[in-house]
Design a binder for this molecule. Sequence first.
Ligand SMILES: [Zn+2]
Length: 208
Amino acid sequence: MQLERAGDQEPKIKDPPYTPKSTRELARELTPMQFKVTQKEETEPAFRNEYWDNKKDGVYRCIVCGQALFSSDTKYKSGTGWPSFYDPIEKQKVGFKTDNYLFYTRIEVHCSRCNAHLGHVFDDGPRDKTGKRYCMNSAALKFEPKPASKADAPSTETEDGTTDTGEQSADEQAGSEQAEDDQTAGQSATVEDVAARRSSAPSQRVDF
Ligand SMILES: [Zn+2]
Protein backbone atom coordinates (compact mmCIF):
# COMPACT_ATOMS: atom_id res chain seq x y z
CA MET A 1 0.00 0.00 0.00
CA GLN A 2 1.12 3.53 -0.62
CA LEU A 3 1.98 5.66 2.32
CA GLU A 4 0.55 8.99 1.51
CA ARG A 5 0.83 11.60 4.15
CA ALA A 6 -2.27 11.37 6.27
CA GLY A 7 -2.97 15.05 6.58
CA ASP A 8 -6.36 14.44 8.13
CA GLN A 9 -6.52 13.22 11.68
CA GLU A 10 -8.96 10.40 11.02
CA PRO A 11 -7.65 7.33 9.27
CA LYS A 12 -10.27 7.36 6.56
CA ILE A 13 -10.82 4.34 4.44
CA LYS A 14 -9.35 4.95 1.07
CA ASP A 15 -11.24 4.41 -2.12
CA PRO A 16 -9.52 3.30 -5.29
CA PRO A 17 -9.65 5.64 -8.28
CA TYR A 18 -12.64 5.19 -10.50
CA THR A 19 -13.15 5.74 -14.19
CA PRO A 20 -16.76 5.44 -15.36
CA LYS A 21 -17.38 2.41 -17.53
CA SER A 22 -19.79 1.79 -20.35
CA THR A 23 -22.71 -0.56 -19.96
CA ARG A 24 -20.98 -2.98 -22.28
CA GLU A 25 -17.85 -3.00 -20.15
CA LEU A 26 -19.87 -3.54 -17.02
CA ALA A 27 -21.80 -6.38 -18.59
CA ARG A 28 -18.51 -8.05 -19.40
CA GLU A 29 -16.87 -7.51 -16.03
CA LEU A 30 -19.75 -8.21 -13.67
CA THR A 31 -21.56 -11.48 -13.14
CA PRO A 32 -25.10 -11.56 -14.54
CA MET A 33 -26.51 -11.13 -11.04
CA GLN A 34 -24.16 -8.26 -10.20
CA PHE A 35 -25.13 -6.57 -13.44
CA LYS A 36 -28.87 -7.04 -12.96
CA VAL A 37 -28.73 -5.70 -9.41
CA THR A 38 -26.41 -2.74 -9.88
CA GLN A 39 -27.52 -1.64 -13.34
CA LYS A 40 -31.15 -2.76 -13.56
CA GLU A 41 -32.14 -2.30 -9.92
CA GLU A 42 -33.18 -5.90 -9.56
CA THR A 43 -33.11 -7.72 -6.24
CA GLU A 44 -31.20 -10.91 -5.60
CA PRO A 45 -32.87 -13.81 -3.79
CA ALA A 46 -32.97 -13.72 -0.02
CA PHE A 47 -30.56 -16.07 1.76
CA ARG A 48 -29.12 -17.28 -1.52
CA ASN A 49 -26.53 -14.54 -1.60
CA GLU A 50 -22.99 -14.16 -0.41
CA TYR A 51 -23.06 -11.84 2.60
CA TRP A 52 -26.42 -12.07 4.35
CA ASP A 53 -24.81 -14.16 7.11
CA ASN A 54 -21.26 -12.85 6.88
CA LYS A 55 -20.08 -12.00 10.40
CA LYS A 56 -16.49 -11.11 9.65
CA ASP A 57 -14.98 -7.72 10.38
CA GLY A 58 -14.30 -5.58 7.40
CA VAL A 59 -15.57 -3.14 4.83
CA TYR A 60 -18.20 -3.62 2.17
CA ARG A 61 -17.27 -1.84 -1.03
CA CYS A 62 -19.22 -1.08 -4.17
CA ILE A 63 -18.76 -3.97 -6.60
CA VAL A 64 -18.62 -1.55 -9.51
CA CYS A 65 -16.30 1.24 -8.37
CA GLY A 66 -14.78 0.01 -5.11
CA GLN A 67 -16.02 2.88 -2.96
CA ALA A 68 -16.31 1.90 0.71
CA LEU A 69 -20.01 1.86 1.57
CA PHE A 70 -20.67 -0.10 4.74
CA SER A 71 -18.72 -1.41 7.69
CA SER A 72 -19.21 -4.66 9.55
CA ASP A 73 -19.55 -2.42 12.62
CA THR A 74 -23.07 -1.42 11.57
CA LYS A 75 -24.15 -4.79 10.15
CA TYR A 76 -26.81 -6.52 12.12
CA LYS A 77 -28.99 -9.58 11.96
CA SER A 78 -32.24 -8.50 10.39
CA GLY A 79 -33.62 -11.94 9.59
CA THR A 80 -34.46 -10.85 6.06
CA GLY A 81 -31.86 -12.90 4.22
CA TRP A 82 -30.02 -9.87 2.88
CA PRO A 83 -27.05 -8.08 4.39
CA SER A 84 -28.49 -5.35 6.58
CA PHE A 85 -26.83 -2.30 8.08
CA TYR A 86 -28.15 0.51 10.22
CA ASP A 87 -25.86 3.16 8.73
CA PRO A 88 -23.51 3.68 5.79
CA ILE A 89 -19.81 4.05 6.51
CA GLU A 90 -20.10 7.77 5.68
CA LYS A 91 -23.26 9.65 4.81
CA GLN A 92 -21.97 10.93 1.49
CA LYS A 93 -21.09 7.48 0.22
CA VAL A 94 -24.67 6.64 -0.69
CA GLY A 95 -27.45 8.44 -2.53
CA PHE A 96 -31.20 7.99 -2.41
CA LYS A 97 -34.21 8.21 -4.64
CA THR A 98 -37.80 7.21 -4.24
CA ASP A 99 -39.01 4.21 -6.12
CA ASN A 100 -42.56 2.98 -6.57
CA TYR A 101 -42.96 -0.67 -5.80
CA LEU A 102 -46.33 -2.35 -6.03
CA PHE A 103 -48.53 -0.11 -3.90
CA TYR A 104 -46.01 1.70 -1.84
CA THR A 105 -43.00 3.94 -2.18
CA ARG A 106 -39.58 2.73 -1.25
CA ILE A 107 -36.36 4.60 -0.83
CA GLU A 108 -33.78 3.29 -3.21
CA VAL A 109 -30.09 3.38 -2.21
CA HIS A 110 -27.23 3.68 -4.67
CA CYS A 111 -23.50 4.28 -4.67
CA SER A 112 -22.88 8.02 -4.71
CA ARG A 113 -19.87 7.65 -6.96
CA CYS A 114 -20.91 5.32 -9.76
CA ASN A 115 -24.67 5.21 -9.24
CA ALA A 116 -24.77 1.44 -8.85
CA HIS A 117 -28.02 0.30 -7.29
CA LEU A 118 -27.38 -1.23 -3.88
CA GLY A 119 -30.75 -1.89 -2.29
CA HIS A 120 -33.33 0.00 -0.24
CA VAL A 121 -33.57 1.65 3.13
CA PHE A 122 -36.48 1.10 5.50
CA ASP A 123 -37.51 2.54 8.83
CA ASP A 124 -37.63 -0.71 10.74
CA GLY A 125 -33.98 -0.85 11.73
CA PRO A 126 -32.62 -1.17 15.27
CA ARG A 127 -34.36 1.33 17.54
CA ASP A 128 -31.33 1.81 19.74
CA LYS A 129 -29.24 2.82 16.72
CA THR A 130 -30.44 4.84 13.76
CA GLY A 131 -33.75 3.07 13.29
CA LYS A 132 -32.84 2.50 9.65
CA ARG A 133 -32.46 -0.78 7.86
CA TYR A 134 -30.21 -0.56 4.83
CA CYS A 135 -31.27 -3.71 3.04
CA MET A 136 -28.49 -4.36 0.58
CA ASN A 137 -27.85 -6.84 -2.18
CA SER A 138 -24.72 -8.92 -1.71
CA ALA A 139 -24.29 -8.79 -5.47
CA ALA A 140 -23.72 -5.04 -5.26
CA LEU A 141 -21.00 -5.40 -2.64
CA LYS A 142 -17.49 -6.68 -2.33
CA PHE A 143 -16.37 -7.57 1.15
CA GLU A 144 -12.87 -6.61 2.16
CA PRO A 145 -11.78 -8.34 5.40
CA LYS A 146 -10.13 -6.16 7.98
CA PRO A 147 -6.37 -6.70 7.96
CA ALA A 148 -5.36 -8.25 11.27
CA SER A 149 -2.16 -6.29 11.75
CA LYS A 150 -3.52 -2.89 10.86
CA ALA A 151 -5.31 -2.34 14.14
CA ASP A 152 -2.27 -1.09 16.01
CA ALA A 153 -0.36 0.28 13.06
CA PRO A 154 -1.37 3.97 13.06
CA SER A 155 0.29 4.86 16.37
CA THR A 156 3.64 3.36 15.49
CA GLU A 157 3.65 4.90 12.05
CA THR A 158 4.01 8.42 13.34
CA GLU A 159 6.97 7.57 15.54
CA ASP A 160 8.97 7.94 12.42
CA GLY A 161 8.91 11.64 13.21
CA THR A 162 9.01 12.87 9.67
CA THR A 163 5.31 13.42 9.30
CA ASP A 164 4.99 15.11 12.66
CA THR A 165 7.68 17.67 12.15
CA GLY A 166 6.60 18.17 8.58
CA GLU A 167 3.11 19.08 9.63
CA GLN A 168 4.26 21.28 12.45
CA SER A 169 6.62 23.32 10.39
CA ALA A 170 3.95 23.70 7.76
CA ASP A 171 1.60 25.06 10.40
CA GLU A 172 4.19 27.38 11.81
CA GLN A 173 5.00 28.75 8.45
CA ALA A 174 1.37 29.36 7.71
CA GLY A 175 0.75 30.91 11.10
CA SER A 176 3.59 33.38 11.23
CA GLU A 177 4.55 33.58 7.65
CA GLN A 178 5.88 37.09 7.54
CA ALA A 179 7.92 36.99 10.72
CA GLU A 180 9.69 33.76 9.99
CA ASP A 181 9.92 34.08 6.29
CA ASP A 182 13.38 35.54 6.16
CA GLN A 183 14.92 33.40 8.86
CA THR A 184 13.52 29.98 8.21
CA ALA A 185 13.32 30.13 4.48
CA GLY A 186 16.84 28.84 4.15
CA GLN A 187 16.21 25.84 6.36
CA SER A 188 12.96 24.46 5.09
CA ALA A 189 12.83 25.55 1.50
CA THR A 190 15.01 24.27 -1.27
CA VAL A 191 17.75 26.39 -2.71
CA GLU A 192 15.72 26.99 -5.79
CA ASP A 193 12.77 28.17 -3.77
CA VAL A 194 14.87 30.63 -1.89
CA ALA A 195 16.47 31.90 -5.01
CA ALA A 196 13.11 32.34 -6.62
CA ARG A 197 11.75 34.16 -3.60
CA ARG A 198 14.72 36.44 -3.35
CA SER A 199 14.54 37.42 -6.97
CA SER A 200 10.84 38.07 -6.95
CA ALA A 201 10.43 39.47 -3.48
CA PRO A 202 11.58 43.06 -3.89
CA SER A 203 9.29 44.02 -6.69
CA GLN A 204 6.17 41.89 -6.25
CA ARG A 205 4.71 38.77 -4.76
CA VAL A 206 4.07 35.83 -6.92
CA ASP A 207 1.21 33.66 -5.89
CA PHE A 208 0.90 30.20 -7.28
ZN1 LIG B 1 -19.86 2.59 -6.86
